[in-house]
Design a protein around this ligand. Structure first.
Ligand code: C2O
Ligand code: CU
Ligand code: CU
Length: 517
């Protein structure tokens, strides 16, 4: 039996944090006045600007790291109480409407001792402000791009019309703004997120810090009595001098991982649990897989990307969140005071770089008081099966390594001028997505939640043990995952690997949805 198989685990994906290289900072001069440094990003920080961002790391050599080396992890403070995610302010004056504003811009923050770091952030904070709305709400977000690059806002997992979904075709140029407007239908309650999606810049904008949480609530939420905690997990690579470096060839191949793995932009925070809590967890890393476990405890999972399961899944030893996946779990205090750690266990996803390692990472300390344990309802909600599939498609993921590293779907790299798949609103389809590559790839389809039907590997087919709404699913090498899906809006969508460096290296396709005939 395959040893790495995991069924319907949930999770997060894209956002590492990162800062600006001198080269990029210099390109920011048109935005001086918005807090971006003009010509010299390091003025006042004692580091000389240089033309080559990779040469810059040699500016200091001391116990904090050799020239050109990564910052040692201990330089980021740890052990503080986990902060809540700040919420985006709703300007609307009537019920049923959410009006907010998001501005993407460079900002200088203090992340490691002795240095400051220029990150790209929404409204100046890491992660971006959390958007919280209810099913049925109309959402209007004014987005302003103060980055030195084109950008967009993509609503990962939400059922929004294609022209409001921040696709690569709907660019917001530097200095411009636009309004995104959509209404969230009944049944859409779940754990989503937003991040930029401009072709060729998605990976960078995410690893420099641009991502935020988005929660849709149901009026009849069966778990509404439980207090909630939000764990938005991202990773960040910092050099010893505080800079966020550009991607290397190894990053393009394996996906970029940072040495700092943070929850709500905090390293190893402390979470105190005094009564049963509901946790929403996002994997907003560009490429890092999070095989989560609470040491010495099992996990009770109640939901995934597109909301609650029908029934709680108990006694899980670990919970794998590939990039972009989310999960909802329930954590309860114990019979006596105790403590555990939330860790990401080493997960082997087939990385190919010579020095690639799969390491165990401690994410948080969890202090459990002796306290009351809530009894969960046996049935959380109904998850109706999508109807019988009216057509079957096959998609093949593949890689070509070497000088021109390419990541492909059906043998082709992404082309914005080409339609790869055509379908029709409401048509139920099976997609058999086969991974012919040597690495795991988290497959994501825009604009809908789908249902995983089965997984096939080594000649063995395993049917999904229960129904769940997903928008991202991990696919192991030599594995075929069958999903069932129906699109709800006419227009152009994309699907891609959510290791953002793979997406950018070509592992993305376009889907044109025709109106119902
Ligand atoms: Cu998280 Cu194409 O998206
Ligand atoms: Cu998406
Ligand atoms: Cu991939």
């Amino acid at each position: 039996m395959p040893t790495r198989r995991r069924f319907l685990t949930a999770t997060l994906g894209v956002a590492g944090l990162s800062a600006l290289s001198p080269t990029v900072s210099q390109a920011l001069s048109p935005h001086a006045g918005h807090g971006a440094p003009a010509a010299d990003p390091h003025a006042g920080h004692g580091v000389k600007p240089v033309a080559d961002p990779h040469a810059a790391h040699g500016a200091k050599a001391d116990a904090h790291g050799a020239p050109g080396s990564l910052a040692v992890v201990e330089r980021m403070p740890a052990g503080a109480v986990l902060r809540d995610l700040p919420r985006l302010h709703n300007h609307a004056t009537r019920a049923g409407l959410f009006q907010g504003e998001l501005i993407a811009a460079p900002v200088r923050v203090s992340l490691i001792e002795g240095e400051s770091t220029e990150v790209w952030a929404f409204n100046g904070i890491l992660p971006g402000p959390m958007i919280e709305v209810r099913e049925g709400d109309t959402v209007e977000i004014r987005f302003t791009n103060r980055l030195p690059q084109p950008s967009t806002l993509h609503w990962h997992g939400l059922p929004v019309p294609p022209d409001q979904d921040g696709n690569p075709h709907e660019i917001v140029a530097p200095g411009e703004s636009r309004l995104y407007r959509f209404t969230l239908p009944a049944g859409s309650a779940g754990t989503y997120w937003y991040h930029p999606h401009p072709h060729g810049h998605t990976s960078e904008q995410a690893f420099r810090g641009l991502a935020g949480a988005f929660i849709v609530r149901a009026a009849d939420d069966p778990l509404r009595a439980l207090p909630e905690r939000h764990l938005f997990i991202s990773d960040l690579r910092l050099m010893a001098d505080g800079l966020i470096p550009q991607n290397t060839m190894d990053d393009v191949m394996d996906g970029r991982e940072g040495q700092f793995v943070m929850i709500n932009a905090q390293r190893q925070p402390v979470i105190a649990v005094a009564r049963t809590e509901r946790w929403r967890i996002w994997n907003a890393c560009n490429a890092r897989y999070l095989d989560l476990s609470l040491e010495g405890m099992t996990i009770t999972q109640v939901g995934t990307d597109g909301g609650l399961f029908e029934k709680p899944q108990t006694e899980l030893v670990s919970l794998l969140l590939a990039p972009a996946e989310r999960a909802e779990i329930v954590v309860s205090p114990g019979p006596r005071t105790s403590a555990t750690t939330l860790v990401a266990r080493p997960y082997s996803r087939g990385k190919m770089a010579a020095n690639a390692e799969d390491m165990r990472v401690t994410l948080a300390t969890v202090k459990l008081a002796a306290g009351p344990v809530a009894i969960l309802p046996a049935q959380l909600r109904k998850v109706a099966a999508l109807g019988m599939a009216e057509r079957v498609r096959t998609l093949v993921l593949s890689e070509a390594m070497g000088k021109d590293m390419r990541f492909m779907i059906d043998g082709k790299t992404f082309d914005m001028g080409r339609i790869d798949i055509e379908t029709m609103v409401g048509l139920v389809e099976h997609w058999d997505i086969r991974n012919d590559a040597d690495m795991d790839h988290p497959f994501h389809l825009h604009g809908v939640q789908f249902q995983v039907v089965s997984r096939r590997q080594d000649g063995i087919t395993e049917h999904a043990p229960y129904l769940a709404w997903k928008d991202t699913v991990n696919i192991e090498p030599d594995e075929t995952v069958r999903i069932r899906v129906a699109q709800q809006y006419a227009g152009l969508r994309v699907y891609h690997c959510h290791i953002l460096e793979h997406e950018e290296a070509g592992m993305m396709g376009q889907l044109l949805i025709h109106p119902r005939a």
